[in-house]
Design a protein around this ligand. Structure first.
Ligand code: ZN
Length: 202
């Protein structure tokens, strides 16, 4: 399986990092080794001083597809949840400055946190609220209605380049409010108010 991530899909987050609103979805991948195993804490790697949380809406692909038409895109999804795209912001900035790929800052071990899946494909025009609580205080709050690129556009665009396969996961981008984590923090992710992930930072 593969993990495909969309960057800058909320205007308010693109702005907070000083990035331009993209014309096409910004796409990158995480390897399967980046998945944090359930019930494990996230351990801050020794080579970064600035790991940021990014809460995101996640979709799981239920069947193989290539050049998927937007009007059929939602039928390729078999489950949804929330997840965290942990990002080593210091390393990412360094790599971006040099014009290098930013995989190391985004795809390192444990950087992909995946909540409990809710089975079924999303209804057309239904929007979802995603929330991240840090130490029981809301740190990020977003709604899929704020997407720059809709779920249909993302799936159609991504499938032009990568054949989507059963079990692939798409991280759809983070809203504003990203920020650093420190050892001892406790994070909780919610989808429409339902708690689907919680983890401790070590
Ligand atoms: Zn992200």
């Amino acid at each position: 399986m593969k993990i495909i991530c969309i960057g800058r899909n909320y205007a308010n987050h693109a702005r907070e990092l000083g990035n331009q609103i993209p014309d096409d979805p910004v796409v990158f991948c995480k390897p399967d080794s980046s998945i944090l195993q359930p019930r494990n804490p996230f351990v801050i790697p020794p080579w970064s001083q600035e790991i940021h949380h990014e809460i995101e809406f996640l979709v799981r692909i239920g069947r193989v597809g290539k050049y998927i038409d937007q009007k059929h895109a939602l039928s390729y999804i078999d489950a949804i949840t929330v997840g965290i795209d942990f990002t080593a912001r210091d390393l990412q900035n360094e790599l971006k400055e040099k014009g290098f790929p930013w995989e190391k800052s985004k795809g390192f071990d444990g950087s992909a946190v995946i909540g409990k899946w809710i089975l079924g494909n999303p209804k057309k025009n239904k929007n979802y609220q995603i929330t991240l609580l840090k130490n029981k205080v809301i740190a990020q709050n977003g709604n899929t209605s704020q997407f720059i690129f809709s779920m249909e556009e993302i799936i159609s665009h991504v499938s032009k380049f990568f054949t989507l396969k059963k079990g692939d996961i798409i991280f759809t981008g983070t809203p504003s409010g990203v920020g650093p984590i420190t050892a001892g923090d406790q994070l909780e992710g919610r989808l429409d108010g339902e708690s689907l992930l919680s983890l401790n930072i070590r």
